[in-house]
Structure formats: C-alpha cells, structure tokens
Design a binder for this molecule. Structure first.
Ligand code: ADE
Length: 234
C-alpha cells in the first residue's frame, strides 16, 4: 500500500492544496507521508537552468537529464528499503483510469516527475527503467496538453490517496460510487444523488427515494445509472 509520495517539480508552491481536505487530514493523521522537492536545488549554475534546446532542432526546450537524475537518486536514497515507482507525467503516457489508480495504490513508494516545456530527456525514463528497485510508468491524465505535470500529479495523488484505508470516513462510499472496480455494476457511472430540502426552486426529490422501500430504491438507482452510462459522450 502506498503511503510515501515524493514529488519533484520546479514549482513546489503548486502543491499547497495537499494541506487541505482529505489529503491534508491523511497527512496529519500519519496515513501518508509527502515530500515536495525543488528540481532547481539540483542545479549548479547561477541561473538554476533545468532545460536546454533539443538535439535535432525543433520548437521548445527539453528538460536536462542531470538535475532529474540527482533529484530522483536523492529521493531514492532517503527511502532505501522501498521499491520506487517513478511516475513520469506526459500526454504521451498511459491514460489514468480508476483501474490504474487501484493498481498504483498498491505500490509502496511513488515518485512523481513533473516535466515542463517539451518534457524530460527520455534517457531519464530509460535509465530508471533498468535501475534496481525501480519501476517506471509514463502517465497521462487525458488527451490534452497541460503546461506541465503538476496539475496531473495532484489529480493522480487525489485518485490514489482516497483509496488508502482510513482516508475516507465511510468506506462504503468507495464501493458504491462511480467507476470503482469493486462495484459489482462494473463500470457504471453513479446514480444521481439528492439531499435536503425535499423541494428546491420547484424541483422535487423523486418520490421513490422518500418511500423507505430499499428494493425499489436500489432498482431506481440502477436504472438511473444505466441511463447515465448510456448518455455518456465518450
Ligand atoms: N503534461 C502535459 N500534459 C499532460 C497530460 N495530459 N497528462 C499528464 N501530464 C501532462
């Protein structure tokens, strides 16, 4: 089960939201440990350069392998007894799904490499793929290009951390909700939810939900989930 997360970035401030909500509470409760590392701390020149022009020409800049190698080695050395799973964020990676989040929550140490510009020199991926105690995965959060891997890392961390036992107060919500593989409905999206008041701006809560008839409620919810799944655009 993952409980150690390290993030390498040139924008450590991006990760302030990790102090909030579920993840903030999980940290305070000692359920997870999170380290945020500034890539520029691994540079030696006065400008803290982390990128350079691409070999072969072309637009944009490529992140240099040297600071990345140093930063990843340092994080691995700080956690010598763990198997490290290096997550390289890139739109060219395998797509994040609930199934992938379920898989990642099982790894004991996740290191997120947040690339910017045109990405990280591919030799970083190549090197750690064959390094002892390392596994490497390139992951995308969707078919669009972000300015960097920071937001993608926050998305992936949130998807993983809420699966760790104890992070969510009511674990039933994990099995009931949309897309969870433990849901016997497979990949159905979730049925619509209502709470008080019974009528809001003229819109009423469906009668069946007020009936107390659990079999009828389950039937209605399943139908709604099927309808919503059918209506999904993708
Ligand atoms: N970096 C830039 N775009 C990205 C995406 N869609 N997913 C993950 N990392 C990215």
């Amino acid at each position: 089960m993952s409980n150690r997360f390290d993030v390498i970035t040139i924008f450590p401030e991006y990760f302030a939201p990790l102090e909030l909500s579920l993840i903030g509470k999980a940290k305070k409760a000692g359920l997870i440990e999170v380290g945020i590392h500034d890539l520029r701390a691994q540079t030696s020149d006065i400008h803290g350069s982390v990128d350079d022009t691409p070999y072969g020409g072309g637009a944009g800049m490529v992140m240099s392998p040297e600071p990345w190698g140093k930063a990843i080695d340092e994080v691995a050395l700080q956690n010598p007894n763990l198997t490290h799973e290096l997550i390289v964020l890139t739109p060219a990676g395998e797509k994040l799904t609930q199934a992938l989040a379920q898989e990642l929550v099982e790894s004991e140490h996740l290191i997120f490499a947040c690339g910017r510009y045109e990405g990280i020199d591919i030799r970083v991926t190549d090197f750690y793929q064959s390094a002892p105690n390392f596994k490497v995965r390139e992951i995308s959060i969707g078919d669009y290009v972000l300015g960097g891997g920071e937001v993608a890392t926050l998305v992936i961390m949130e998807a993983i951390i809420r699966l760790i036992p104890g992070v969510i107060g009511n674990p039933e919500s994990l099995t009931e909700e949309s897309h969870t593989l433990t849901n016997s409905d497979g990949t159905l999206v979730e049925y619509p939810n209502y709470t008080k008041p019974q009528e809001w701006r003229g819109l009423k809560v469906p009668e069946v939900l007020l009936s107390g008839n659990h079999a009828e409620i389950a039937k209605w919810r399943r139908t709604q989930a099927l309808l919503r799944t059918q209506n999904l655009k993708n």
